[in-house]
Design a protein around this ligand. Sequence first.
Ligand SMILES: Cc1cc2nc3c(=O)[nH]c(=O)nc-3n(C[C@H](O)[C@H](O)[C@H](O)COP(=O)(O)OP(=O)(O)OC[C@H]3O[C@@H](n4cnc5c(N)ncnc54)[C@H](O)[C@@H]3O)c2cc1C
Length: 421
Amino acid sequence: MSHQQQIAVIGGGVIGVCTAYFLAHAGHQVVVIERLSNVAEKASFGNAGVVAPGYVMPWATPGMPKKILASLFRTDGPVLLKPTFDRAMWRWVRQWLAECELDRFRVNKERMQRVASYSRLVLQQLREHHRLDYEQSRGYLQLFRSEQDIALAQPALELLAEQGVAHRPVDAEQARAIEPALSAHTPLAGGLYLPDDESGNCPLFTKQLKNLAQEMGVEFRFGSTVSAIETQGQRIGMRIGEQVFNVDAVVIAAGIDSARLLAPLGIRVPLYPIKGYSATATIRNFDEAPQAALMDESYKIAITRMGGRIRIAGMAELGSVSNDLHEAALRTLAKVGEDWFPDAANYSTASYWSGIRPMLPDGPPLLGATPIRNLYLNIGHGSTGWAMAAGCGLLLADIISGRKPDIDMEGLTLARYARMP
Ligand SMILES: Cc1cc2nc3c(=O)[nH]c(=O)nc-3n(C[C@H](O)[C@H](O)[C@H](O)COP(=O)(O)OP(=O)(O)OC[C@H]3O[C@@H](n4cnc5c(N)ncnc54)[C@H](O)[C@@H]3O)c2cc1C
């Protein structure tokens, strides 16, 4: 085993907590620096909970630009885009458009799937080892409302077959055999069932893992904001308030705020905020509720069973970093709930939430070393951070400990942007 290091993880979201857990497991002395008063309070709080490596997808897919353009003219579309001259947004959109080509999509999807499949395995091992219960369910059903949406999914379906991922195309009747409460009144052109994919309550898991990490000696410093990273010879420093704390290594896992910490060091990452929304409603009629996780592919909105509650989550609002709740987004979430499970819950009394996805234009996260000695990244997980968290935590711990990671890191590091100063 490598020698014990003193390591700071910046960010107590699901990514930071998983990283801290595995670093402690590898024998290091770990501190998590978190600005807020608990773990999983930002993007990791109200997400859809889907852990679906079978269908993990870049948002940059062939046909998506056209679909988004068409949806902008609808009042219930899944994308919200205010007319703006924000140069950062248009630069990101340009990079994203280039990644929508079929060959780029295939490369990006394989990279994401490599991480997510590994991560599901690590998550399952953690769950079994610690006997965790975080409202998990098994199976994932994609719903296609139209033939056009089935056609859009073709490139992804071809890859599923090539990669040997268990999946089963289903018609409307078969979809209702899987989810008996699925409404027959909403038109359904077809579905796709992924029996091995899962879902679960991300903040519940994160809190349980935090407790386990604490038992292993990880220190959580809440209410502390890192304002800058400073290099100090062999050591690396973090400025918190008036003080600088030196450690052997720092892992940045600060979600959307990671780019701001990296920019002064000359490391520019195309991380862009894409806001999403969720509605969580208490189930009032269990016979009419979903049993596991579903995805309305036409609206790109997930419906997940979380114990006695249903969560409906999705939407993409470009560029917003505020917690404001956009009325149109909430209406669309409620509509999707009403369309598929009308008698399961009273959606008008749901609790609503918004969070910021830390999105990169191509899709895979950025993991591992940086040009700054002893500074590491675990960032850019976009819309699939919960699905990738356990695996990415273990990958970082292996890299920092000088062990060979379990998966090939090709395309998952800063090298793919070739922007090292
Ligand atoms: C609507 C929605 C639905 C989603 N659905 C899914 C899904 O079904 N499946 C899935 O896998 N993913 C999903 N995601 C994505 C997933 O939630 C994110 O990828 C994941 O939570 C990112 O985790 P994180 O730890 O990187 O970020 P965060 O959870 O945002 O954590 C970052 C932490 O860093 C802290 N921080 C930031 N800067 C500093 C600083 N300078 N000093 C100290 N602390 C700092 C913040 O306070 C925060 O707690 C969804 C996201 C949204 C918004």
